[in-house]
Design a protein around this ligand. Sequence first.
Ligand code: HEM
Length: 410
Amino acid sequence: MATDDDDRDPFAEFEHASGAGVVRDPYPIFAEMRRECPVFKGPYGDRFGLPVPESMMSKSGAYYTALSYDAVQRVLLDGETFSSSGYAPTVGMLMGHSILEMDEPEHGRYRALIQQAFGLKVMERWEADIVAPIVHGLIDRVVDRGCAELVRELTLPFPIQVIAAILGLPEADLPRFHRWAVELISIMVDIARGFEASQKLRDYFAGILAERRVAPRDDLISVLSQAELDGQRLTDEEIFAFLRLLLPAGAETTYRSSSSLLFGLLTHPDQLDAVRGDRTLIKRAIEEGLRWEPPLTGIARLAMRDVELAGTRIPEGAVVSACLGAANRDDTRWERPDDFDVFREPKPHLAFAYGAHTCLGMHLARMETRVMLNAVFDRLPGLRLDPTAEDVHVTGLAFRAPRALPVLFG
Ligand code: HEM
């Protein structure tokens, strides 16, 4: 597939490093940890035999994990105490100085500039011109077959194609673009490879950005190259950092969340029927899927001062992981938190984080998932899990999704 060199499979390596096939259901352990204390001393991977690589640790080695909804929310709301700059020596080394690692006031300025490219009007155009044709194009390939593997044939490819189309990249570049993006986030597997991928993405984007500066088109790279706030524009390096972030942030997450949502519906056929029959329930189903199985179970912050969090003293310089997975199943906030239930009373969850760094692409992700679900309901009647398929389940620790969704329809 890719133009790159050897036989190693970065996708499989990434899957393994993120706990796929190792951790099947982390939620009973999250619940036990949360019951012991809302803040755990150490990275949550410790409890699963998946230690955090040293490159991701703080200088002092101090590490804490917030597990309760309130503790996670507090960490994410107080960016002054719990800074995002902890990403700089890890993720930032590879991505460049991206929005993810910025604190206020730099973050707010930068976000206001980028947000111009994610407005509601644009979303309507992306839905009609990009997302719907991509989703339907993928369904066209399976619709007459009566069976499909929905991860490989739909939920994995569609968000990547969407990001590439939004950026205005040629379709032929997709495989290597995807490969570099996965290598980029696989720093826990191979840091040298991550750097190589970072450089390749930079060179690749540099060519396209230069073209768009001369002849702007109707795509995100052109918009970013023109975006202006108080007379200031984004530099080329700022644009590269954002673009590098976009594929892992936008495609990896959406593929996983839409796969887990389909898994939830397929394993609860009564709810599948209800949502298919009453499309006003789609919105709730999407939020319940995100609460029940957030694709990313933890994000990180750096303590800028000694601070007390839910009764635990955290020293300045410690890494504080905000465990979105544990927070989203906090039984003091949700009854029967382990049940997938699209009928439960809607309440905000933390899958898109909270506070200043709340996911910038959440409206896009929700729209993509809605379009995908409607298309699946409209075009694959009688959709059900293939009864001969063995042990379909969600897997992973840091990143979670089902590996496959073999289905029958028609
Ligand atoms: C279901 C899908 C998605 C989930 C669960 C998700 C989750 C998240 C989370 C948890 C964060 C906070 C990270 C942190 O502060 O450490 C975040 C930030 C971000 N996400 Fe998403 N995301 C999704 C889809 C997308 C999409 C589709 C895009 C764009 C195309 C996107 C772009 C971003 C960007 C740019 C940020 C950084 C925002 C900032 O730092 O101010 N995400 N996302």
